[in-house]
Design a protein around this ligand. Structure first.
Ligand code: PEP
Ligand code: MN
Length: 253
Protein backbone atom coordinates (compact mmCIF):
# COMPACT_ATOMS: atom_id res chain seq x y z
CA UNK A 1 0.00 0.00 0.00
CA UNK A 2 1.55 3.29 -1.01
CA UNK A 3 0.73 6.89 -1.74
CA UNK A 4 0.92 10.37 -0.32
CA UNK A 5 0.25 11.19 3.32
CA UNK A 6 -2.48 13.58 2.18
CA UNK A 7 -4.34 13.97 -1.08
CA UNK A 8 -3.26 17.46 -2.18
CA UNK A 9 -4.33 17.82 -5.81
CA UNK A 10 -5.43 15.80 -8.81
CA UNK A 11 -2.03 15.86 -10.47
CA UNK A 12 -0.18 14.96 -7.24
CA UNK A 13 -2.47 11.98 -6.64
CA UNK A 14 -2.70 10.63 -10.20
CA UNK A 15 1.04 10.90 -10.78
CA UNK A 16 1.66 9.05 -7.52
CA UNK A 17 -0.93 6.38 -8.34
CA UNK A 18 0.71 5.76 -11.73
CA UNK A 19 4.16 5.51 -10.15
CA UNK A 20 3.20 3.17 -7.30
CA UNK A 21 1.14 0.79 -9.45
CA UNK A 22 4.04 0.54 -11.90
CA UNK A 23 6.35 -0.39 -9.00
CA UNK A 24 4.02 -3.16 -7.80
CA UNK A 25 1.69 -1.56 -5.23
CA UNK A 26 -1.83 -3.03 -4.92
CA UNK A 27 -3.46 -0.33 -2.82
CA UNK A 28 -3.28 3.47 -3.01
CA UNK A 29 -3.16 5.37 0.27
CA UNK A 30 -3.97 9.04 0.73
CA UNK A 31 -5.58 11.03 3.52
CA UNK A 32 -8.61 13.14 2.68
CA UNK A 33 -9.46 13.79 6.34
CA UNK A 34 -6.21 14.42 8.20
CA UNK A 35 -5.74 14.24 11.98
CA UNK A 36 -3.16 17.04 12.40
CA UNK A 37 -1.47 17.88 15.66
CA UNK A 38 -1.74 21.60 14.84
CA UNK A 39 -4.92 23.44 13.79
CA UNK A 40 -2.75 25.56 11.47
CA UNK A 41 -1.54 22.58 9.40
CA UNK A 42 -3.22 21.40 6.18
CA UNK A 43 -6.36 19.54 7.24
CA UNK A 44 -7.01 17.65 4.00
CA UNK A 45 -9.33 18.15 1.04
CA UNK A 46 -12.25 16.25 2.60
CA UNK A 47 -14.88 15.00 0.12
CA UNK A 48 -12.89 16.46 -2.78
CA UNK A 49 -9.98 14.22 -1.74
CA UNK A 50 -12.25 11.16 -1.66
CA UNK A 51 -13.41 11.93 -5.20
CA UNK A 52 -9.82 12.19 -6.40
CA UNK A 53 -9.03 8.82 -4.79
CA UNK A 54 -11.98 7.26 -6.63
CA UNK A 55 -10.68 8.76 -9.87
CA UNK A 56 -7.21 7.29 -9.24
CA UNK A 57 -8.78 3.88 -8.60
CA UNK A 58 -10.65 4.05 -11.88
CA UNK A 59 -7.49 4.99 -13.74
CA UNK A 60 -5.10 2.42 -12.19
CA UNK A 61 -7.21 -0.39 -10.73
CA UNK A 62 -5.61 0.21 -7.32
CA UNK A 63 -7.83 -0.28 -4.29
CA UNK A 64 -8.13 2.75 -1.99
CA UNK A 65 -7.28 3.06 1.70
CA UNK A 66 -8.06 6.32 3.46
CA UNK A 67 -8.56 7.47 7.03
CA UNK A 68 -11.90 8.04 8.68
CA UNK A 69 -11.74 10.20 11.81
CA UNK A 70 -15.20 10.07 13.33
CA UNK A 71 -18.33 7.90 13.38
CA UNK A 72 -20.27 10.62 11.57
CA UNK A 73 -17.98 10.27 8.51
CA UNK A 74 -18.09 6.47 8.25
CA UNK A 75 -20.98 6.37 5.75
CA UNK A 76 -19.39 9.00 3.51
CA UNK A 77 -15.89 7.48 3.52
CA UNK A 78 -17.32 3.98 2.92
CA UNK A 79 -18.88 5.25 -0.32
CA UNK A 80 -15.38 5.85 -1.72
CA UNK A 81 -12.85 3.73 0.18
CA UNK A 82 -12.13 0.02 -0.27
CA UNK A 83 -10.38 -0.07 3.11
CA UNK A 84 -11.21 2.22 6.04
CA UNK A 85 -8.12 3.42 7.94
CA UNK A 86 -8.23 4.06 11.68
CA UNK A 87 -5.34 6.33 12.63
CA UNK A 88 -3.10 5.90 15.65
CA UNK A 89 -4.93 8.72 17.48
CA UNK A 90 -8.28 6.97 16.94
CA UNK A 91 -7.50 3.42 18.05
CA UNK A 92 -9.50 4.01 21.21
CA UNK A 93 -12.33 5.98 19.60
CA UNK A 94 -14.91 3.39 20.53
CA UNK A 95 -17.88 5.00 18.81
CA UNK A 96 -15.82 5.10 15.59
CA UNK A 97 -14.85 1.43 16.01
CA UNK A 98 -18.48 0.47 16.59
CA UNK A 99 -19.57 2.30 13.45
CA UNK A 100 -16.81 0.56 11.49
CA UNK A 101 -18.14 -2.76 12.70
CA UNK A 102 -21.26 -2.05 10.68
CA UNK A 103 -19.70 -0.32 7.65
CA UNK A 104 -19.36 -3.33 5.34
CA UNK A 105 -15.75 -2.50 4.40
CA UNK A 106 -12.43 -3.93 5.60
CA UNK A 107 -10.74 -1.86 8.30
CA UNK A 108 -7.03 -1.05 8.61
CA UNK A 109 -6.56 -0.56 12.35
CA UNK A 110 -3.40 1.27 13.39
CA UNK A 111 -1.85 0.67 16.78
CA UNK A 112 -2.20 3.62 19.13
CA UNK A 113 1.17 5.26 19.62
CA UNK A 114 1.07 4.48 23.34
CA UNK A 115 -0.98 1.30 23.17
CA UNK A 116 -0.10 -2.25 24.10
CA UNK A 117 -0.73 -5.04 21.62
CA UNK A 118 -3.47 -6.42 23.86
CA UNK A 119 -5.19 -3.02 23.62
CA UNK A 120 -4.88 -3.07 19.82
CA UNK A 121 -6.46 -6.52 19.82
CA UNK A 122 -9.27 -5.30 22.08
CA UNK A 123 -10.06 -2.54 19.60
CA UNK A 124 -10.08 -5.15 16.83
CA UNK A 125 -12.45 -7.26 18.89
CA UNK A 126 -14.83 -4.33 19.24
CA UNK A 127 -15.01 -3.96 15.45
CA UNK A 128 -15.51 -7.71 15.08
CA UNK A 129 -18.16 -7.84 17.81
CA UNK A 130 -20.11 -5.26 15.84
CA UNK A 131 -20.23 -7.49 12.79
CA UNK A 132 -17.03 -6.90 10.82
CA UNK A 133 -14.25 -9.48 10.90
CA UNK A 134 -12.30 -7.99 7.98
CA UNK A 135 -9.59 -6.27 9.98
CA UNK A 136 -5.95 -5.58 9.12
CA UNK A 137 -3.69 -4.77 12.08
CA UNK A 138 -0.96 -2.17 11.54
CA UNK A 139 2.23 -1.53 13.54
CA UNK A 140 3.30 2.10 12.89
CA UNK A 141 5.78 2.71 15.69
CA UNK A 142 5.20 3.63 19.32
CA UNK A 143 6.38 6.37 21.66
CA UNK A 144 9.41 5.41 23.72
CA UNK A 145 12.25 7.36 25.36
CA UNK A 146 14.14 7.14 22.05
CA UNK A 147 13.94 10.26 19.90
CA UNK A 148 16.33 9.34 17.06
CA UNK A 149 13.32 8.17 15.06
CA UNK A 150 9.85 9.74 15.04
CA UNK A 151 8.48 6.60 16.70
CA UNK A 152 10.09 3.30 17.72
CA UNK A 153 9.14 0.55 15.30
CA UNK A 154 8.13 -2.44 17.42
CA UNK A 155 9.08 -5.13 14.94
CA UNK A 156 8.27 -7.84 17.51
CA UNK A 157 4.63 -6.80 17.18
CA UNK A 158 4.44 -8.72 13.90
CA UNK A 159 5.31 -12.22 15.17
CA UNK A 160 3.51 -11.60 18.46
CA UNK A 161 0.28 -10.58 16.72
CA UNK A 162 0.55 -13.41 14.23
CA UNK A 163 0.95 -15.88 17.08
CA UNK A 164 -2.15 -14.80 18.96
CA UNK A 165 -4.41 -13.68 16.12
CA UNK A 166 -5.38 -14.89 12.66
CA UNK A 167 -5.68 -11.32 11.35
CA UNK A 168 -3.28 -9.98 8.71
CA UNK A 169 -0.57 -7.73 10.13
CA UNK A 170 1.07 -4.93 8.17
CA UNK A 171 3.81 -2.44 9.00
CA UNK A 172 3.95 1.30 8.33
CA UNK A 173 7.67 2.11 8.40
CA UNK A 174 7.11 5.71 7.25
CA UNK A 175 5.48 6.99 10.44
CA UNK A 176 7.93 4.98 12.55
CA UNK A 177 11.01 6.35 10.78
CA UNK A 178 10.03 9.99 10.34
CA UNK A 179 12.83 10.31 7.77
CA UNK A 180 12.83 8.73 4.34
CA UNK A 181 16.41 7.46 4.45
CA UNK A 182 15.63 4.65 6.88
CA UNK A 183 12.19 3.65 5.54
CA UNK A 184 13.60 0.92 3.21
CA UNK A 185 15.61 -0.69 6.03
CA UNK A 186 12.53 -0.89 8.26
CA UNK A 187 10.48 -2.23 5.33
CA UNK A 188 13.06 -5.00 4.82
CA UNK A 189 12.83 -5.95 8.47
CA UNK A 190 9.03 -6.07 8.22
CA UNK A 191 9.14 -8.28 5.12
CA UNK A 192 11.67 -10.64 6.67
CA UNK A 193 9.71 -11.03 9.90
CA UNK A 194 6.54 -12.04 8.05
CA UNK A 195 4.44 -8.89 7.74
CA UNK A 196 1.53 -9.35 5.32
CA UNK A 197 2.01 -5.92 3.81
CA UNK A 198 3.49 -2.46 4.07
CA UNK A 199 1.99 1.03 4.16
CA UNK A 200 4.43 3.51 2.61
CA UNK A 201 4.26 7.27 2.05
CA UNK A 202 5.32 8.35 -1.44
CA UNK A 203 5.18 11.85 -2.95
CA UNK A 204 6.14 13.30 -6.36
CA UNK A 205 8.08 16.12 -4.66
CA UNK A 206 8.51 15.25 -0.96
CA UNK A 207 10.15 18.61 -0.17
CA UNK A 208 6.92 20.34 -1.22
CA UNK A 209 4.52 17.94 0.53
CA UNK A 210 1.85 19.53 2.74
CA UNK A 211 2.32 16.79 5.33
CA UNK A 212 4.96 14.20 6.24
CA UNK A 213 7.33 15.18 3.41
CA UNK A 214 10.47 14.26 5.39
CA UNK A 215 9.40 10.62 5.57
CA UNK A 216 7.90 10.33 2.07
CA UNK A 217 9.84 8.41 -0.57
CA UNK A 218 10.35 9.77 -4.08
CA UNK A 219 9.05 7.64 -6.97
CA UNK A 220 12.59 6.40 -7.68
CA UNK A 221 13.20 5.46 -4.07
CA UNK A 222 9.90 3.59 -3.91
CA UNK A 223 10.68 1.68 -7.11
CA UNK A 224 14.11 0.70 -5.79
CA UNK A 225 12.73 -0.32 -2.41
CA UNK A 226 10.07 -2.54 -4.03
CA UNK A 227 12.60 -4.27 -6.27
CA UNK A 228 14.96 -4.84 -3.34
CA UNK A 229 12.18 -6.19 -1.09
CA UNK A 230 11.65 -9.20 -3.33
CA UNK A 231 14.79 -10.72 -1.78
CA UNK A 232 13.39 -10.41 1.73
CA UNK A 233 9.87 -11.74 1.28
CA UNK A 234 10.99 -15.41 1.01
CA UNK A 235 12.82 -15.04 4.35
CA UNK A 236 9.47 -14.71 6.09
CA UNK A 237 8.37 -18.11 4.79
CA UNK A 238 10.93 -19.79 7.02
CA UNK A 239 9.31 -18.19 10.01
CA UNK A 240 5.77 -18.95 8.85
CA UNK A 241 6.58 -22.60 8.08
CA UNK A 242 8.39 -23.14 11.36
CA UNK A 243 5.55 -21.55 13.23
CA UNK A 244 2.95 -23.68 11.43
CA UNK A 245 4.92 -26.87 12.15
CA UNK A 246 5.29 -25.98 15.82
CA UNK A 247 1.59 -25.20 15.99
CA UNK A 248 0.58 -28.51 14.43
CA UNK A 249 2.95 -30.33 16.80
CA UNK A 250 1.34 -28.54 19.73
CA UNK A 251 4.47 -26.55 20.46
CA UNK A 252 2.81 -23.14 20.12
CA UNK A 253 -0.63 -21.86 20.89
C1 PEP B 1 -1.16 8.56 8.11
O1 PEP B 1 -1.24 7.37 7.75
O2 PEP B 1 -0.86 9.50 7.37
C2 PEP B 1 -1.31 8.85 9.56
C3 PEP B 1 -1.83 10.00 10.00
O3 PEP B 1 -0.82 7.86 10.32
P1 PEP B 1 -0.85 7.64 11.91
O4 PEP B 1 -2.29 7.61 12.29
O5 PEP B 1 -0.14 6.34 12.07
O6 PEP B 1 -0.09 8.80 12.54
MN1 MN C 1 1.30 10.71 7.24
Amino acid sequence: MAGPCAVESESQLLQTADAVVAAGARVLRGGAFKPRSSPYSFQGLGVEGLKLLAKARERTGLAIVTEVMGPEDVGLVAEYADIMQVGTRSMENYSLLEALGKCGRPVLLKRGMSSRLEELLRSAQLIAANGNSQIILCERGIRTFETATRNTLDIAAVPVLKTVSHLPVIVDPSHAAGVRSIVPALARAAAAVGADGLLIEVHPAPEKALSDGEQSLTFGQFREMMADLRRYVPLSRGYEDAHARAFVAGGAD
